[in-house]
Ligand binder design. Structure first.
Ligand code: 3PG
Length: 408
């Protein structure tokens, strides 16, 4: 039995406010379709099919970032996935939003503007305080029920995730239900496995994943590093790699923030760490070229993937593991030249008969991109930070509010 009230408990034909998470990569202002649209569209379609008037809330980026854009494109992409029109109103909770909500008919879907465009959304406050905000107090009376499906942002105590469930009867959507049920306790399940537990650690948010090495050190036997963390660990050992080159600004700041932790991990957990021994870069002809770590002499080169010697070093460890977690891609797989590391490690995981959990919104996308079979993995999570919180046993505040409301 689920810890939540779910869509199965919702009487058809109501006015439903549903929070999903379509936070996506944005390239040159263009929102990139990805498997979050596909997964969250299931809940939206189910609600529309049940003749609810469906109003969708979601966010994109954060104020001040290039990815902080309107949800107009999201509504179009979501509509393709749901297979029904998704109207869009460029307003979060003002007159235009209220008018559009009130004119909805049964089975119709409306998307409101980026929740992070209202000042009430982002402050980290208690659910009780958020429930008192103008945002929640204005919108809640227009609805009969609130559905939170946004598992991938359930680690954030924002008005749209923790305020509304106190103001309306609250239910969990299908993604929230599945991801919560699977990810919670999976680390313990891995610990109970007889053999080796391995974690592939990549991506470009080093701070989060490096924290995980610290937190999961007692569960995981081998950490296979790639992506930014792989470069930063090599930098900490004194190699001329992991530095910002040209106008890039990804590495130096993150290194400063994590240097101390990285050095502690290198001191205390070196037996559990596997670091890249070669890297891929853009050769003179623009094609993929590789260089061994020991041959790197200048800091002036940008690297986009682990090399094939590293792949050959990591895959036997994967094949001998009983449980594998993936957090983040080991290379810039979106570019075909630099997808080898991510693809080959995922292929080895898929071929290995072990408990396999792949997380990180973007990483999940690489499975589809490289034609790997989703069924070869036990669970593919579309969440990043929330997945890490679940693995490390930290509370997912928005999921907890739903559970508390269901208990009442
Ligand atoms: C995500 O993409 O992981 C979630 O939407 C959370 O986004 P945030 O880190 O900007 O809060």
């Amino acid at each position: 039995m689920s810890a939540f009230n779910t869509l199965d408990d919702l009487t058809p034909g109501q006015r439903v406010l549903v929070r999903i998470d379509l936070n996506s990569p944005v390239e040159d202002g263009e929102v990139q379709d990805n498997n979050r649209f596909d997964r969250y569209s299931e809940t939206v379609r189910e609600l529309a099919d049940d003749d609810h008037r469906v109003v969708v809330m979601a966010h994109q980026g954060r104020p001040g970032r290039d990815t902080f854009v309107s949800l107009e494109q999201h509504a179009e992409i979501l509509s393709e996935h749901v297979g029904k029109p998704v109207e869009f109103v460029a307003d979060t909770f003002g007159d235009d939003a209220q008018e559009a909500i009130e004119s909805l008919e049964a089975g119709e879907i409306l998307m409101l503007e980026n929740t992070r465009m209202t000042d009430d959304e982002l402050p980290e406050k208690s659910p009780e305080e958020h429930a008192e905000s103008e945002f929640v107090q204005t919108l809640a009376p227009l609805f009969d029920a609130y559905v939170n499906d946004a598992y991938s942002v359930a680690h954030r105590a924002h008005a749209s995730t923790v305020g509304f469930p106190l103001a309306l009867p609250a239910y969990a959507g299908r993604v929230m239900q599945t991801e919560y049920d699977y990810n919670t306790g999976v680390a313990e399940k891995a610990q109970e496995a007889d053999g080796q537990v391995t974690m592939v650690v990549g991506g470009n948010k080093s701070k989060d994943v490096i924290g995980v090495i610290d937190n999961l050190g007692h569960v995981v036997d081998n950490f296979l590093l790639g992506g930014l963390p792989g470069q930063l660990f090599r930098r900490a050992q004194g190699h001329p790699i992991g530095y910002d080159v040209g106008d890039m600004d990804l590495l130096d700041d993150q290194y400063e923030e994590t240097e101390e932790t990285i050095k502690d991990i290198l001191d205390e957990k070196s037996d559990q760490l596997e670091l890249p021994v070669d890297f891929a870069y853009k050769g003179e002809d623009g094609e993929r070229a590789e260089i061994a770590l020991d041959d790197i002499e200048s800091k002036e080169m940008e690297y986009f993937d682990i090399g094939h010697d590293t792949i050959d070093k990591y895959t036997p460890i994967i094949r001998e593991s009983e449980a594998i977690f993936v957090k983040g891609a080991v290379g810039v797989f979106e570019d075909d030249r630099f997808g080898d590391g991510t693809k080959e490690l995922l292929r080895a995981i898929g071929e290995t008969d072990c408990l396999s959990v792949v997380g990180g919104g973007d990483t999940a996308r690489s499975i589809t991109k490289y034609g790997l079979d989703e069924d070869d993995y036990d669970h593919i999570s579309i969440a990043g930070g929330a997945y890490l919180n679940a693995l490390t046993g930290q509370e997912l505040v928005a999921a907890q509010v739903l559970i508390d409301q269901a208990d009442r």
